[in-house]
Design a binder for this molecule. Structure first.
Ligand SMILES: [Fe+2]
Length: 410
């Protein structure tokens, strides 16, 4: 028996004129990576990785060998770190999980790990199924695309790395709460901007230092949405974003993550070197990832992280659902998402049930107010699991909240 859904949304279906992808159920075939890109730039990059002496893509992930993080990197003296307060952010659109704002680049994985992870994501069958040109991007072309959702089934090394307790521990100590990676569709996302091998297009990039500086200065002075990027100004749908640099030649200029601080100014996060990472509380920090100003590759691997159960996470569907994010495959994405949310709720319920039993055994008086709070929180969590699904609500994208100043937030 099917149940009719009652919805009062002014946006019952995703519409192209609202910035949404109408073919989300067919996995957005219009945004597949052009053959020219696959044959030219991607094939060249894969070949470059395969020709590295001693390269073996079948090496098993070994945290002792492939994670190069050292204890001293947690120190603010070694890794610059910013609280929300340091970034002048006092108002947020959802409650922050801690005062952690951002950690600037710290070494995380070895060169071998970078190469294997890149190789796994750049396989032709992976690209065909799991890579798409971005939906809305400023100044993007056939060389800018996203790959994601493939880790669990296609990339054993990457999957083992992102699921490793060692990685969760590194992130947890930075952000001040117990963190863990999100579900498959949101843990191993390659954001790719490739240099063109096309001489005609290559000619349009700035060459001299003066030309490059002029473009950077213009970007810094202007509005964030005008900066060329594959993802405009936004809040993340995940609580924390761990961004690992996978490819960026030393001569590349521009292309950093830019954070909008509480006084609505842009602050560029220094670019990590290959194998290094940055971490931000992206759910509450407005930011964007810009493209390099020069004709160079920039590939990052992003993992969404969230608070670990039995605390309920504050993740959302806003920027990750298939009608917004072209690479998200309908069936895989929603299976990943709902399983993740249901599991968290199960763990929360189990935790609260055991807490109740313990209180009774200890002879404590039953606390109705407390139980009502628990139930309300779980009801809200359940509601947030479906309230942005395409079946019920498809407001214009980019979301209004992305262009709202911090000051205007309640
Ligand atoms: Fe982001």
């Amino acid at each position: 028996m099917s149940v009719a859904i009652q919805t009062n949304s002014p946006y019952p279906v995703p519409l192209k004129e609202n910035g949404l992808l109408e073919t989300y159920k067919e996995n957005n075939p219009t945004h597949a990576i052009p053959q020219k890109t696959l044959d030219l730039e991607v094939a060249a990059l894969r070949k470059k990785i395969e020709s590295i002496p001693g390269f073996n893509p079948h090496v098993k992930f070994d945290p002792k060998k492939h994670i190069v993080f050292k204890e001293e990197y947690w120190s603010p003296k070694v890794t610059p770190q910013y609280t929300l307060d340091d970034l002048k952010i006092t108002k947020t659109h959802v409650p922050p999980l801690s005062d952690f704002g951002a950690a600037f680049p710290f070494p995380l994985i070895s060169e071998e790990a970078v190469n294997i992870m890149l190789w796994e994501g750049l396989q032709p069958h992976v690209l065909e199924k799991w890579a798409r040109l971005p939906n809305l991007a400023t100044g993007a072309n056939r060389l800018d695309f996203h790959i994601g959702g493939y880790a669990k089934t296609e990339a054993p090394f990457s999957w083992a790395f992102f699921r490793s307790p060692e990685l969760s521990e590194i992130v947890s100590k930075f952000c001040g709460f117990k963190a863990r990676p999100l579900y498959n569709s949101e843990v191993c996302n390659l954001n790719v901007s490739l240099a063109t091998e096309d001489p005609e297009i290559a000619d349009t990039y700035p060459k001299t230092k003066e030309e490059i500086d002029a473009i950077l200065a213009k970007q810094d002075a202007g509005d964030g949405d005008a900066i060329p990027s594959t993802l405009g100004l936004h809040y993340d749908s995940c609580s924390l974003a761990l961004v690992i640099m996978m490819d960026l030649p030393t001569e590349a200029v521009g292309g950093q993550t830019t954070i909008v601080t509480g006084d609505e100014k842009s602050r560029r996060v220094p670019e990590p070197t290959i194998g290094s990472a940055t971490l931000i509380q992206g759910r509450v920090l407005k930011h964007l990832a810009s493209k390099p100003v020069t004709n160079h590759n920039r590939i990052t691997c992003v993992a969404g992280m969230a608070i670990a159960p039995p605390i309920l996470d504050n993740t959302a569907l806003t920027s990750t659902k298939p009608s917004v994010l072209s690479r998200a495959r309908y069936n895989t994405f929603y299976s990943d998402w709902t399983t993740y949310r249901f599991e968290n709720l199960e763990l929360r319920l189990k935790y609260l049930r055991e807490k109740l039993a313990k209180k009774y055994e200890d002879g404590e008086e039953f606390n109705q107010e407390e139980v009502i709070c628990w139930c309300t929180e779980m009801e809200e969590y359940m509601h947030k699991t479906w309230d942005e699904m395409e079946a019920v609500h498809n407001p214009p994208y980019p979301a209004k909240i992305f262009s709202t100043s911090y000051d205007e937030l309640n």
